[in-house]
Unconditional design. Structure first.
Length: 89
């Protein structure tokens, strides 16, 4: 089954079945900072999202949870503005 991932300004990430376009899973960003970009990390099976407050989060699609990977170490640990583009390397 082929799937599609989408993220929206409504602060949700949705996983879709590409055949019938039915939602398989919805993950909600519980913070007020809007989602600005998304990248799927194929080898890790994770979704990385960038946010308008400069944070980056990693989402586990299987259990629907996330961790913030930036921001705990002060300004040097996060962007000062919106993370608008990402790519796994």
């Amino acid at each position: 089954m082929h799937k599609i991932l989408s993220c929206s300004l409504d602060n949700t990430i949705r996983l879709w079945d590409s055949k019938d376009m039915q939602t398989i899973a919805v993950m909600e960003n519980d913070e007020k900072s809007e989602l600005a970009c998304m990248s799927y990390l194929l080898e890790a099976g994770l979704v990385a999202t960038g946010h308008e407050d400069g944070h980056i989060k990693l989402w586990n699609l299987e259990i629907g949870t996330h961790v913030i990977i930036t921001g705990d170490g002060g300004n040097k640990m996060k962007h000062r503005s919106t993370v608008s583009c990402m790519r796994g390397i």
